[in-house]
Design a protein around this ligand. Sequence first.
Ligand code: SF4
Ligand code: SF4
Length: 374
Amino acid sequence: MIDLLGEFEKKIKVAGKLRDMIEVEEAREAEVDSHARRLPRPCGLTVHTGLGCSFGCTYCYIYDMGFTYKPKPYPLKGLQLAYSIAVNPSVAIGRNGTLLAFGSITEPFMKETLEKTLEYISTTSRYLENPIQFSTKAYLDREVCRTIYNLQKDISALVTIITIRYSKMLEPSAPTPFNRLETIKNLSNAGVNTCLFLRPIIPGVEISDLRELLEKCMEAGARGVVLGSLRVTEGVIRRLRASGFPHIDMILERLERKINVKSQTTVRTSDIKEKIKNVAEKIGLKIYPSACSANIDSHRIGCTACDMGPCGDLETIPEYSLRDLRELALRYGLEVHEVKEVGLTISLKISGQKRKIHEFTEFTKSILKRRVML
Ligand code: SF4
Ligand code: SF4
């Protein structure tokens, strides 16, 4: 039986220990940083190791968010970053805590971000112990791969390659797919659990191209594949057109809704995903429904927190007490009026501040690895 209140106390204790290791001004910076307040996404809490990216992928939306082609390392020191995560009320600390996803608004292993990324992996592994996953398009040599493995043995690596044929067009400044296959090989040889990140799936990329890619990844040592859809903005479509990619029409006819200036629009790819799954299955690559699923599996834990699961080792899903759950809600200033459990889903009638409800829900979901419905 998991001690929910003990997990909450652990978080406070770890945060206090980290605060004592940094200067007062550094602690203040960390407390106002976004890592201290963002709610985790489905893949976990995204950890930013840099700002901007020089790889210039035409399908990337960070340039529409105001980030530039000139990357710089994230300003926090490693200990500050760990402290910032520890004080985030929605984050649970420890091996069974919130998943951490390195990547997102930058490439974590460019020459400008590599050192910061290794520093962040080191401090978060050492002081927080949360399961880490990173995604990369960089070439990682054998030494870097061994360093990564030694920092967190169960770390989950996702190496992004989405096409061999159109890579030069779609990812003009990124390392070639062949360099990235070397990365898969180096990571796998170092002992890192490595998967192909086939995201975004671009309609128009031929299945023969993808078959060749999956076969080469398997040969290089990838254990599985994570598939993900393309999301576009007006800017993404403009850059795709400018790149000379010949199948823009196939993308436009699959839009879930009209392209909006402000938000991203998902491109329907479920039929293409099915084809890729068939090929991957024949080759012997494990298919993960999402990035978090690969992270859970790599760390040999289990999760039932959404309907894409269950994932991983379900024997590890902990039991808990309803009294602890009510008591924990009180720590967030909330009152639980009713709890229903249907299978591994917890259904709550709860009152209090909306933001606090979200934070409590995310913390509980991470620790109990169950769906929490309000
Ligand atoms: S490597 Fe990642 S962050 Fe950089 S441009 Fe490509 S998709 Fe965007
Ligand atoms: S059940 Fe699987 S897909 Fe859903 S949140 Fe958990 S690990 Fe991710």
